[in-house]
Design a binder for this molecule. Structure first.
Ligand code: M6R
Length: 609
């Protein structure tokens, strides 16, 4: 979503801020701006609709002096993308500047109140109320003012604040929206996400809800909502700057697809000793008593959850539900004893998944989080001890790829562990699965070699208007993910169907010119899938099939194009097949001239409802 940066130190703030905003540009934005303050407390704001290039031009034409500043990339929510609606926003006197991520839910009531007190609003944004509110409450101490403002602001916010009467400090505060601060000798930094800080430091502090951070050249102070000083707890980020950059690839999405062998290895390695399930925060007793598991997640993470349902039910014999987090949070789910809720999220900041997790906790469920972003809100709410990290490394592209395969791998590992603990899976079968997990990274690397072939297929098929994805059993879960990937990066209308459902309606849409992508990795349902493909081709639609080597001979006659992946365990085959389907989506998007890393209307981290 939007991006926040802040800086205080000896350098020219505008340069540091723009550089930081560039590191956050993957989040998607439609306007950008900075506010910079010099030592005398003179505040200057430069902001513009459009990309960072426009902001840079503006700063060249009209430079700003000063070594303290805040910057923002905005993705419009309240009010159209425009120069006026771009952040930072200031109060009437122009002495307080604010950048904000999130949504102030009571902004209309606050606006009325503040207008009554003489505030004149320049924008349509909810953010501007914060600047006027801080001005209204200001008592000569911005830290104190921010703590008072907390009681009046409803909704989610991560904010950076400059105040001309306190020119040697930079303030920040958060509630339900991520904010990271850092400092080193004579400098302080602020950002909404770690990549903006990595070129300066890898030791960061993740602010907690309702904490206020005060950055100065002397360091960082953290104050809780009651005004008590807290010891900042520094976290060392393992990623370096290059792992957050493109590294020679044309797009982050392609780079991240290529990082999957390593990501899969990193997820598996710390849990690779079969029989030693210490990594799973569930005792054998608890595992045996489990009566139901509910998985909540959004988007791609939800699809990993669907795969998890199949694995948990079949390998560990635990009834499992998967719910879209935005549905779960409002459906008043009954939660009984011996139930576990698993929240899956790459970012650990998705608002609906976080709310679903809170709802489950409130109703008494035990929780487990599967996350990639270390220190994120969901990991903290679940508790570090109840969090399983996927260790996939930073995922920058909006389209999730390496997060998906590692989440899916994690779900299978959990199902195997629970299966062994509950005695529903033999050690022999578990060992065979673990052996396949060990071999998975190198097989994933082999599938990357399919890129050239997929490029050719995509250049021939890129003008298609409708694409169907079909599969049975776990291949249906894979079809959902493959369809999402294609639609979000190429803007093609693509939809997934359980192959057995085709006859119940969707087949009416099939005719010459339609493309059906068939996921055929499961020997158990092979015959049924082949029958479905015959039906598809009988309607004149074209079939692109993906299958393992062992099934290729049988699938080939029913496919116009066939993509063959290496043989592996049937539970891991859909995971391997996801890779060429990600490449297919990527190549289609490139062939159609789409903005692969920042697809239309999408943001990497959906921190609002
Ligand atoms: O960070 P999360 O895993 O919680 O994100 C969930 C979805 O927003 C995310 O997977 C989204 O669907 C991606 N754009 C899919 O590629």
């Amino acid at each position: 979503m939007c991006g926040i940066v802040g800086y205080i130190g000896p350098k020219k703030a505008a340069d540091v801020l723009v550089n930081g905003l560039e590191r956050l540009s993957y989040r998607g934005y439609d306007s950008a701006g900075v506010a910079v303050m010099d030592e005398k407390g003179r505040l200057a704001v430069r902001k513009t609709k459009g990309k960072l290039e426009q902001l840079k031009r503006l700063l060249e034409e009209s430079p700003v002096d000063g070594c303290t500043g805040i910057g923002h990339t905005r993705w419009a929510t309240h009010g159209e993308p425009s120069d006026l609606n771009a952040h930072p926003h200031t109060d009437v006197k122009g002495g307080i500047a604010v950048v904000h991520n999130g949504i102030i839910e009571n902004h209309e009531a606050l606006r009325k109140h503040l207008e009554g007190c003489g505030a004149v609003f320049a924008s349509q944004t909810d953010t501007e109320v914060i600047a006027h509110l801080l001005n209204e409450l200001y008592d000569g101490d911005m830290l104190h003012t921010l703590l008072r403002a907390q009681g009046m602001l409803q909704g989610s916010y991560a904010i950076g604040v400059l105040c001309d009467r306190e020119p040697d400090q930079l303030f920040c505060m958060r509630c339900d929206s991520p904010l990271v601060a850092a400092c080193r000798e004579g400098e302080g930094f602020l950002a909404s996400d770690v990549p903006a800080l990595l070129s300066h430091t890898r030791d960061v502090v993740f602010l907690q809800d309702r904490q206020v951070g005060v950055l100065s050249r002397q360091g960082l102070r953290v104050i809780d909502e009651y005004g008590q000083a807290c010891e900042p707890s520094f976290f060392h980020v393992e990623w370096d700057q290059s792992s957050a950059e493109k590294g020679g690839f044309a797009h982050y999405m392609l780079k991240e697809i290529h990082e999957q062998p390593t990501a899969l290895q990193n997820t598996f390695a710390p849990r690779s000793r079969l029989g030693d399930f210490q990594w799973l925060p569930l005792s054998e007793d608890t595992a045996c008593r489990l009566r139901r598991i509910t998985i909540v997640a959004c988007g791609t993470a939800y699809h990993a959850g669907v795969m998890g349902k199949y694995a948990l039910e079949q390998l560990a014999r635990i009834p499992t539900e998967v719910d879209i987090a935005s549905e779960y949070r409002y459906r008043q789910p009954p939660v009984g004893e011996n139930e576990l809720l698993i929240a899956i999220s790459q970012s650990g900041e998705t608002a609906d998944t976080l709310a679903a997790l809170r709802e489950a906790k409130r109703r008494g469920a035990s929780v487990l989080a599967i996350c990639n972003a270390v220190g994120s809100t969901i990991t903290r709410e679940a508790g570090e001890e109840n969090t399983l990290y996927t260790y996939a490394g930073p995922e920058i592209a909006v389209a999730s790829t390496k997060a998906y395969v590692t989440q899916t791998e994690m779900m299978i590992m959990i199902a195997v562990a629970l299966g062994v603990m509950r005695n529903t899976l033999s050690m022999e079968r578990a060992e065979a699965l673990y052996q396949s997990l060990r071999e998975l990274p190198s097989k994933a690397a082999d599938t990357l070699g399919l890129e050239g072939r997929l490029q050719q297929i995509a250049s021939r098929m890129s003008s298609r208007k409708h694409v169907f994805f079909v599969g049975r059993s776990v291949d249906y879960a894979l079809s959902m993910e493959a369809a999402l990937k294609l639609k979000e990066v190429s803007y093609l209308f693509s939809e997934a169907y359980a192959a057995g459902e085709l006859k119940h309606g969707p087949i009416a849409l099939l005719k010459p010119g339609r493309l059906v992508v068939a996921c055929v990795t499961q020997p158990r349902v092979l015959e049924k899938m082949l029958a479905n493909l015959q039906e598809v081709r009988a309607r004149g639609a074209e079939v692109l099939a993906v299958c393992p080597d062992a099934l290729a001979q049988q699938v080939r006659p029913q496919a116009d194009e066939l993509i063959v992946i290496p043989d592996t365990d049937e539970w891991l085959a859909p995971l391997l097949a996801a890779i060429p389907l990600q490449l297919f989506a990527y190549c289609m998007a490139v062939a159609r001239g789409c903005d692969v890393d920042q697809p239309r209307n999408l943001a990497k981290s959906v921190t609002v409802e």
